[in-house]
Design a protein. Structure first.
Length: 64
């Protein structure tokens, strides 16, 4: 699991090098996919929530 978070952190850092508009588009797309997946498959909504919480904590740590 930690390996996946490190890969995600590397990708997010790469995205931060993009223009701001691109980053916002990627974030909106990820949010839309998460909401759609939660609506279609209610059983995974808690997993999606956990993943977004982990991403938020990685980004907070990276910002420090």
């Amino acid at each position: 699991m930690r390996h996946h978070l490190l890969k995600l952190e590397i990708r997010l850092r790469t995205l931060l090098d993009e223009e701001g508009q691109d980053l916002i588009e990627y974030a909106l797309m990820a949010g839309f996919v998460a909401v759609a997946a939660g609506a279609i498959m209610p059983g995974i909504s808690s997993s999606v929530s956990t993943i977004f919480s982990q991403v938020a904590s990685v980004m907070t740590a990276a910002a420090s």
